[in-house]
Design a protein around this ligand. Structure first.
Ligand code: HSE
Length: 310
């Protein structure tokens, strides 16, 4: 028995946002993956994957993030049926804007609809984070939580999981510039230090605390000053050629902050939508990469909602 397909949009996300490694994440309005799903008699199967970078993604349900997340939802829901999945990627893998996280979130969200909505938001985040752990080599929920819940998400605790959702300011504009550079999250986590100094810890706690205040009050100048990372982005900077020039170009064209999205290579810039449209920032960042013979795609977007049936 196979039933009608449902269709879920699962947004890209930016994570870390400077001081909040594995803690902060934000859903984007664009781009997003589309996950189709239907109930079947047994087993979770990935029928097809289309879209940018899909040729490198596994159909094997034990290695596909949407299928792993869906399987976990069905298991926790005590479901005695399976699911077919079709994925249309809007987000290239190895982008730094939560490509695997969007598919995992979409798979979990779709499975929960098919299973009758038994699981809570927190359980869905856990199911999708489990998929991230399998595919990226580290448990992190800072992409899947905002992809599922929308807005700005703070992972207060992993054990037990507690996620706090905050509504980002309406006037926050976001430029996402994606250079033609491939950075896998697994590899980008392997270059990180295993210990940090008290000095860096103090720096991160101060900035992270003020960043949350800025998100809640809409103070984009404070937000810009608080998007700081003394540990993780510096350890990864060598993986993304011309990162510093790209960030400098964004700042000199009016960005409030410019930083590495997640594990990279996307360069994310924040701007005030009340004073500019972000196009000069997008062009400036792109031209840094293009003038160094590196292709670059960009989106001018804003914070967005989480997974939804469309
Ligand atoms: N917080 C994760 C990392 C996000 O930086 O490794 C990966 O997209």
């Amino acid at each position: 028995m196979s039933e009608e397909w449902i269709k879920v949009a699962a947004p890209a996300t930016i994570s870390n946002l400077g001081p909040g490694f594995d803690v902060f994440g934000m859903a984007l309005k664009d781009p997003y993956d589309v996950v189709y799903a239907r109930r079947t008699d047994g087993g979770v199967k990935v029928v097809s994957i289309e879209g940018p970078g899909s040729e490198g993604l596994p159909l094997d349900p034990l290695r596909n993030s949407a299928a792993i997340a869906a399987e976990e939802v069905l298991r926790r829901s005590d479901a005695d049926f399976g699911m077919d999945i079709k994925i249309v990627k809007g987000i290239r893998p190895c982008s730094g804007i939560g490509s695997s996280g969007a598919s995992a979130a979409g798979g979990a969200f779709a499975a929960n609809i098919i299973a009758g909505g038994v699981l809570s938001d927190t359980e869905l985040v856990l199911c999708a984070a489990h998929a991230e752990e399998v595919t990226s080599g580290g448990l992190h929920a800072d992409n899947v939580a905002p992809s599922l819940l929308g807005g700005f998400a703070v992972i207060r605790s992993y054990m037990p999981l507690e996620v706090v959702r905050i509504e980002p300011p309406d006037h926050l504009g976001i430029v996402v510039a994606m250079p033609d550079v491939i950075v896998g999250t697994k590899e980008a986590r392997q270059v990180l230090p295993s210990e940090v100094s008290v000095k860096d810890l103090v720096f991160h706690v101060g900035n992270a605390s003020c960043l949350v205040n800025a998100m809640m009050t809409g103070d984009l100048d404070l937000l810009g000053r608080s998007v700081k990372d003394a540990i993780f982005e510096p350890a990864r900077a060598h993986l993304i050629p011309h990162l510093k020039e790209a960030k400098d170009a964004a700042r000199s064209h009016g960005a409030k902050a410019s930083f590495l999205g997640g594990s990279g290579p996307c360069v994310i810039s924040f701007f005030n939508k009340e004073t500019m449209d972000g196009s000069s920032i997008a062009e400036a960042v792109k031209s840094v990469f293009l003038s160094n013979d590196i292709g670059c795609e960009s989106w001018i977007t804003s914070p967005g909602e989480g997974c939804r049936e469309v």
